[in-house]
Design a binder for this molecule. Structure first.
Ligand code: TYD
Ligand code: MG
Length: 481
């Protein structure tokens, strides 16, 4: 059912397509970047051209609930109830941390992209997930030879996996393979190695990556299988990376690492679930190990006294609580202008907390550079980090260490008040399990009941006074010297 090729123009820089030649790309602003090409005709009719004409670019399209193979070009409607049922039919990946990020497991017919830097462990995760899910799997390996994949499976101790490996990267032959093999799980490693022979563009470029991902996603929707596509992110930020596929697929997960062997999996997009949950793994010689109880993984254990500038904070990461160590350092500003160096906590937030300390406690930061770090390399965006951050900054600036076994949680208003944070009870309990004995938290919100006892602190000045003890003059300590 081949159609006559239609002529279009495409920007060689960003891939933007138009019907007429343009001197300057309206999308990315590059001059003289348009070249003529023949429109690629998808084998299944419902992608590519149809999408281009409709202009919807596939965004927000529902799952094909019928699961029928080879449907014709006509649009089809599905019962909402059936679609909802479909969503409930989750298939466990066999890896709890992956299921958590997916929102409860794979959804049949869904396409998922796994992005991350080379070497982070994407292939390892794919292989372990394929083995653990136990579905008939086709592993399309364009990066490594099937022998290398088998070697890795051996190293990971994976046997009797039901995984077939093919080193196929050409879309037409992959299509044939899918239609004879009918796998329930398809892994593409990586999407940047795929190409459609009829497309006049290089593998790994915007055009090929987008067209191949679209066609495989369409196949997946029709077949009811699950598609996992690995997409590399390079340090230079390749334009044909996971971001490009966000509007085509159902979920985009990123694999990232902290300072050590820990790996985080987070969703940047998930049509079938929340994106707040993260998955935690540790990489060792046996592959990726799930971290089920992460509360203490970022804690720094010390013999003896805690130095000044250190404060512990219980923070929510999705629905779980982690106890993290905040580290602050202040030094006289070299340039005469105060600067904030903080990439784990938004530096705007650090400046704001320092300004509140300056205004309400008279601790000056305006002539100091501020460095803030979170031990273990976790990025923290939760508001409850503000009060412990203030404590760490105060401690750093005055040289007074935070008394041991102390933990603080709370949001800070510009007026120096401590604002409520959610689930103080759980934060305190988690900290108590890890040996903390002194808890400082916002007063209970109206209607909030607490089963644990935490010292209520209503303002920053209150908090600093009860955490560190001493008079207002003493509180200013070395900072006023
Ligand atoms: P890999 O899955 O190949 O990363 P990606 O597909 O994202 O490029 O794994 C990357 C690194 O992980 C590799 O350098 C070796 C290491 N590794 C382990 O430490 N333990 C293991 O069991 C495996 C398989 C890999
Ligand atoms: Mg790989």
């Amino acid at each position: 059912m081949a159609r006559a090729p239609a002529t279009r123009y495409r920007c060689g820089t960003c891939g933007h397509e138009t019907l007429k030649w343009l001197g300057r790309c309206p999308e990315c602003g590059t001059w003289n970047s348009f070249h003529e090409y023949n429109v690629y005709q998808p084998r299944h009719g419902r992608s590519g051209l149809a999408r281009g004409a409709g202009g919807a670019a596939g965004a927000g399209r529902a799952v094909d609930a019928t699961g029928a193979a080879g449907t014709a070009d006509a649009a089809d409607a599905a019962w909402l109830d059936e679609l909802e049922q479909e969503l409930e039919q989750r298939i466990s990946s066999g890896i709890g941390e992956l299921d958590r990020v997916l929102g409860g497991g794979f959804v049949p017919g869904a396409a998922v992209v796994i992005g991350g830097e080379p070497g982070i462990g994407k292939s390892t995760l794919m292989l372990q997930a394929a083995a653990a899910a136990g579905l008939p799997t086709l592993y399309l390996s364009g990066e490594e030879s099937p022998r290398q994949v088998a070697l890795r499976a051996g190293r990971l101790g994976l046997r009797d996996t039901g995984i077939k490996v093919a080193a196929e990267t050409e879309l037409g032959r992959i299509d044939a393979l899918l239609n004879t093999d009918r796998p329930q799980l398809v892994i593409v490693d990586s999407v940047q190695t795929l190409f459609a022979a009829e497309l006049d563009a290089i593998a790994g470029g915007v055009t090929q990556v987008r067209a191949c991902a679209q066609e495989l996603t369409d196949w997946t929707r029709r077949s009811g299988a699950v598609l996992l596509m690995v997409a590399h992110v390079t340090k230079e930020g390749s334009i044909a990376g996971p971001k490009l596929l966000e509007h085509i697929v159902d979920a985009v997960l990123y694999f990232d690492h902290a300072d050590n062997e820990l790996r985080f999996l987070r969703a940047a997009k998930n049509r079938f679930g929340a994106i707040e949950e993260i998955g935690l793994f540790a990489m060792d010689e046996r592959g990726l190990r799930e971290v089920h109880d992460p509360a203490s993984i970022f804690l720094v254990r010390r013999d003896g006294d805690v130095p000044a500038g250190i404060a512990a904070a219980p923070v929510f990461e999705g629905t779980r609580i982690l106890i993290v160590e905040l580290q602050a350092l202040t030094v006289p500003a070299k340039s005469g202008v105060s600067r904030v160096f903080s990439d784990r906590i938004d530096s705007g937030r650090v400046s704001r907390v320092a300004a509140v300390l300056e205004r309400h406690l008279g601790i000056t930061f305006s002539d100091h550079d501020i460095y803030v770090n979170v031990a273990g390399g976790m990025r923290i965006a939760e508001v409850g980090v503000e009060l412990p951050l203030a404590v760490a900054l105060y401690s750093a600036r005055t040289g007074r260490p935070v008394p041991s076994q102390t933990i603080v949680s709370g949001e800070l208003s510009l007026a120096g008040e401590v604002r409520p944070v959610r689930q103080v009870d759980r934060r305190v309990r988690t900290a108590a399990e890890l040996g903390y004995t002194r808890f400082f938290a916002p007063p209970p919100a109206p209607g909030e009941t607490r089963s644990v006892s935490a010292n209520a602190v209503a303002s920053l000045a209150d908090c600093i006074r009860v955490v560190f003890g001493g008079s207002a003059k003493q509180l200013r300590g070395r900072a006023s010297e």
